[in-house]
Design a protein around this ligand. Structure first.
Ligand code: PDD
Length: 287
């Protein structure tokens, strides 16, 4: 983790950074977050994340802690102060501090904001992508508003831990219809047996991933066949390729699902091409 964090209006040493014990994020998970990938010191897909941030805040009726312009400066400063070239920026906004009581505090307290940044080793990330990663599937057990990027992530935490214990990087949730919704911190994709790129449509109870959206635009420009249609774990296991997308993983090839080998067991050409293109574009666009 970087050495400087932004907490409620001040840049402070990470080791000393703290929030109030009655912060509603701490007590009720009453807050939202965003994560941006950073390339060459610049935020990837800034607009998409700002749009989703405003939407998440709006859905929970938490006021924006500051203007987008001011927030951009805070994010850029956090990146700069921590000397991050490649990495991640984390933003969390909660409803603020108030004596513990479930309904919204009245009058509303100012929202509480925290920004941190950490470096990611691009060589290690590329090595992982070159090898491909494993996922496991688990029953969907999250609430019905996964479109809001809330900090209430306990099912995701438990799913990730189960994945780790199974030697996998990600867990895919499978709903009551037997269809994959998404990963615990990423969107799920396959290249199906007919060569169609498939990912769950956003009417489903999933997070509308910003990386997913960017990739859909890229796929459109490339003229690749895409079908926003759900798939089963079995379809994924017999797919040509599988991969996940997210600010943390970018485009990460998946070569094993519940222990079954996908394709020939190595990252497929489509996933590799999309990863390279996504990173190339993200580097070029920046803030
Ligand atoms: N997770 N689905 C879920 C449940 C997620 O938590 C995420 C992101 C995504 C991908 O969204 P995006 O492409 O906008 O990053 C999909 C972040 C990275 C996290 O929790 O750390």
């Amino acid at each position: 983790m970087g050495r400087i964090a932004y907490v409620n209006g001040r840049f402070v040493r990470h080791a000393q950074a703290a929030v109030h014990i009655e912060d509603r994020g701490y007590q009720f998970s009453d807050g939202i977050y965003e994560v941006w990938a950073v390339f060459g010191g610049e935020l990837a897909d800034p607009a998409g994340h700002f749009t989703r941030l405003a939407r998440s805040l709006g859905e929970l009726r938490i006021p924006a802690p500051m203007s987008d312009a001011a927030l951009r400066i805070v994010l850029a400063e956090t990146v700069r102060k921590n000397r991050i070239s490649n990495g991640l920026v984390y933003l969390q906004v909660t409803r603020g501090v108030a004596p513990r009581d479930h309904p919204f505090p009245d009058p509303p307290p100012p929202p509480a904001i925290v920004v941190t940044a950490k470096a990611v080793d691009p060589i290690a990330a590329e090595r992982r992508a070159a090898n491909g990663a494993a996922v496991v599937t688990l029953p969907e057990n999250r609430w019905g508003r996964c479109d809001i990027k809330t900090i209430g992530l306990l099912p995701n935490v438990l799913a990730k831990q189960a994945a780790r214990e199974a030697g996998a990087v990600e867990a895919w949730f499978v709903d009551d219809l037997g269809l994959v919704t998404e990963g615990a911190s990423s969107n799920a994709w396959i290249v199906d047996a007919d060569g169609f790129l498939r990912t769950r449509d956003i009417q489903a109870n999933i997070l509308r991933g910003v990386t997913r959206d960017s990739l859909l635009s890229l796929i459109g420009e490339l003229g690749l066949a895409v079908d926003q249609r759900a798939f089963t774990p079995q379809e994924a296991k017999s797919a040509k390729e599988a991969f996940i997308t997210g600010a943390g993983t970018l485009v990460l090839p998946i070569v094993k699902i519940d222990g079954a080998i996908v394709g020939d067991g190595s990252p497929g050409p489509v996933a590799k091409r999309l990863r390279a293109l996504y990173i190339h574009n993200a580097r070029r666009e920046g803030v």
